[in-house]
Design a protein around this ligand. Structure first.
Ligand code: ATP
Ligand code: MG
Length: 741
């Protein structure tokens, strides 16, 4: 049977494929509109694979999962949002619901009209065509987790997600601690019954009970540690994923204003959070529970001894609490000193080339010495101070553990207590168990303090406003390349003078636009606004009439190609660096982009060609080569809008000429913004903007500017004094011909 006509050969590719249509319909149901043009078929086969569909819908911001299901599981779906069913002939259907009474699945043809009624299909008929694979599509989980303020409650909510594990661990811990209480009573019975009355049978029985308890305790402890390890792993994973995500989502300006070492060190405090929730927290719960069980028993055995024990414990707690404020202050100092240390370290690793070339290692070392000494100093102080309460508490702790026996024995001898010998020994053994939880409970304040501090440190980073308000929502309009600045004024945070002032211009799609101006005139700022890095400007920036602030940020950036003066290449092969992990790109795309960027020739001369491995910071290629790779990386997606900000200033004249000669070809079919100091690179531009102190002075082609813009003429003459004013063409470097592809 056929649920719908099979796709005719020839119209399988592209958005018309039923699998893509089915996935699209499932996405639309949730109010999402993924662009079918964004779908990349990486599998190489004509039939879109579930994995590619997952990738595509995820990019669009949906929650998606490809999985296998049985008929039975389908029947349990009930009133479901549409589920994509994959069929053996490579097509797909849309399950819109099930009728559990009639035992039929309600399936729609994704090619049909919206108003078409679904067809009921029973198990037998479906099993003939269905591969068993489905695509579950949902709205992304209302991500409380993702947006909420990161604080202690957030962490607790995260941990409560693991309720079942927590409950099991708690039960196991409590049972083990109760089991731990029994042996002292066995000892008490041994002393009272066996030793006093010489009862051998009782001894055997008690020994057997003890062995049984021990075996049980051992197994339980194994299970408990196993579960705690699992829990620790899960909490760790979630915390790390979340924090990294939040960090990636922060505004660029945050990273520009905070040293990398500081951010890194702060985020690293996460380990304290993890340690607490997977170690200390359980100890605390067990301790509290221990006390809850132990204290009544002790009072039952001997209330006077129990009172003495409790009084001693109270004194211990008071000692610890008395030292708390001073310790807290010193801990703060230790952390600040450690952060300074880490900041210096990371900064030096980043800047090592400059440090070595300036030969300022001694200065750097001296600074490090200072910071290390400072940190060590605070650590020693904190250690010394911490030693005080520990020392002061010790005699009291020992008293509960051992000293009580003297008091008990004295009372026993003088007949002031009803306690017998066995009871006294049991009290001693239990008392020893009391001391440790009491001490540790008295440090709860300190634990809580440390935890709050660690969470606060991480929060200082991740609670900054993300730039991605528009990342999940926002328009995804087709960007053709028209750029409009409409009375744009912008100041960097904390800066008095605006970096851009009342800038207005319009360039049609496909323009090659040059921007010139003195250093600090606001050229790069224009480029930053175009990328949506800074969004708090007044006025409007529009792409093809769409307000930039309404466009989905990730979509916008993927539609742009940007090359800066200094570009970061990742560790990996040349090919990986050009493709940069973007889906659906192949080696052919990389080769095409490299040719356009003038990089092909040197890549092919490299020992392993496109598979050559680049070190971190791309130390094994030259600056000019790095720059051309960066241009290729920007070009590989064939962006509608390409921004080159001083992209060729690091190049030697020959490579620059190579890129410049290619500019016309690079710019073909797209809008290109060329920011440069070298005016000779701009003579081919359709329009050139002249900036000065944040203002737009003029916008016109080269020849016109030469006549009417004084500043432009001055700049031109400065750079081309050696030339006769025969005309601009002479100034351009001789184009190096490159064969067309
Ligand atoms: N991240 C930033 N934070 C604060 N102020 C900045 C920042 N970037 C630039 N500025 C300021 O904004 C003004 C314009 O800078 P912009 O980088 O746009 O100049 P530019 O024309 O690109 O200069 P150059 O030719 O030297 O690259 C400058 O006065 C600069 O001090
Ligand atoms: Mg600049």
């Amino acid at each position: 049977m056929r649920l719908h006509p099979a796709p005719a050969p020839g119209d399988e590719e592209g958005p018309s494929h039923t699998r893509v249509l089915a996935a699209l319909a499932a996405a639309r149901y949730h109010g999402f509109e993924p662009d079918p043009d964004d779908f990349h078929n990486t599998a190489g086969s004509e039939v879109p694979s579930p994995a590619d569909l997952v990738e595509w819908l995820r990019e669009a911001g949906l929650w998606v999962r490809a999985t296998r299901m049985s008929w039975h599981q389908l029947m349990k779906l009930g009133d479901t949002s549409p589920v994509v069913l994959f069929f053996t002939d490579g097509s797909a259907g849309l399950l819109t619901g099930v009728d559990a009474v009639e035992r039929v699945a309600l399936i729609k043809d994704p090619r049909g009209r919206e108003s078409d009624l679904p067809v009921p299909v029973d198990e037998l008929r479906l099993s003939e065509v269905w591969t068993g694979e489905v695509l579950l599509v949902r709205k992304p989980r209302e991500t409380v987790e993702d947006q909420d303020h990161f604080d202690i409650f957030w962490v607790i909510r995260l941990i409560l997600n693991e309720r079942k594990l927590l409950r099991d661990i708690a039960i196991a811990s409590m049972v083990t601690s109760i089991l731990g209480i029994i042996p002292p009573f066995l000892v008490m019975s041994v002393v009272d019954q066996v030793v006093t009355y010489g009862n051998m049978n009782t001894l055997t029985l008690l020994a057997l009970i003890w062995v049984a308890i021990m075996a049980y305790e051992t197994l339980l402890e194994y299970a408990r540690v196993d579960m705690v390890t699992l829990l620790a792993g899960r909490i760790d994973t979630r915390l790390n994923l979340h924090v990294f995500n939040r960090m990636l989502g922060l505004k660029l300006s945050y990273f520009e204003q905070h040293p990398a070492g500081e951010i890194h060190h702060r985020i690293n405090q996460l380990y304290l959070v993890r340690n607490f929730f997977t170690g200390r927290m359980f100890e605390l719960v067990i301790d509290a529970f221990m006390l809850l069980v132990l204290i009544p028993i002790l009072f039952f055995l001997s209330s006077s001894l129990a009172f003495v024990a409790m009084g001693t414990a109270l004194v211990m707690a008071l000692i610890v609490i008395a030292f708390m404020p001073a310790l807290r202050r010193i801990t703060g100092q230790v952390v600040r000193a450690e952060t300074r240390k880490s900041t210096h370290m990371v900064e030096n690793i980043h800047g090592i080339r400059t440090i070595k070339s300036l030969a300022i290692e001694p200065q750097s070392r001296a600074e490090w010495d200072l910071r290390v000494a400072d940190a060590a100093d605070w650590r020693i102080q904190s250690g010394r101070l911490g030693n005080w309460p520990r020392t002061l508490v010790m005699p009291f702790e020992r008293f509960i553990q051992r000293g009580l026996i003297f008091l008990g024995a004295y009372w026993l001898l003088s007949g002031t207590t009803t306690l017998d010998m066995g009871g006294l020994i049991a009290f001693m053994l239990l008392g020893a168990r009391l001391a440790q939880p009491l001490v540790s409970m008295s440090k709860v304040v300190q634990d809580q303090e440390e935890l709050r501090f660690a969470i606060g440190e991480v929060g200082l980073v991740v609670n900054n406003p993300p730039e991605t308000d528009a990342a999940s929502g926002g328009l995804r309009p087709k960007i053709e390349g028209e750029i409009i600045f409409d009375k744009v004024t912008f100041s960097y945070p904390g800066q008095m003078t605006p970096a851009l002032q009342d800038v207005s211009f319009t360039v049609p799609a496909g323009t090659m636009l040059g921007i010139v101006g003195k250093s600090g005139s606001g050229k790069s700022t224009v480029a930053r606004l175009l990328q949506g890095i800074n969004r708090d400007y007044s006025g409007f920036v529009r792409f093809d009439g769409n307000d930039l602030r309404e466009i989905n940020l990730r979509y916008l950036r993927r539609s742009l190609g940007v090359v800066l003066q200094d570009n970061f290449l990742f560790r990996g092969t040349v090919r990986d660096n050009i493709i940069a992990g973007r889906p659906g790109l192949t080696l052919e795309d990389a080769v095409r982009a490299a040719r356009l960027a003038g990089a092909e020739e040197f890549i092919e001369r490299m020992p392993a060609g496109y598979e050559t491995f680049l070190q971190e910071g791309s130390t094994n290629i030259s600056g000019g080569q790095r720059q051309r790779l960066a241009i290729a990386r920007a070009l590989v997606t064939d962006p509608r809008l390409l921004i080159l900000d001083e992209a060729t200033s690091a190049l030697d004249p020959e490579s620059e000429a190579l890129v410049n000669a290619n500019l016309l070809r690079i710019g073909k079919g797209r809008t290109m913004v060329l920011i440069t100091h070298r005016l000779s690179s701009l003579t081919d531009c359709d329009l050139i903007i002249v900036m000065d102190q944040g203002k737009l002075l003029d916008i016109a082609p080269h020849r016109v500017l030469l006549e009417r813009c004084t500043i432009y003429r001055q700049l031109w003459l400065q750079q081309n004094r050696h030339l006769d004013s025969h005309g601009p063409r002479h100034a351009a470097p001789a184009p190096v011909p490159i064969e067309a592809d």
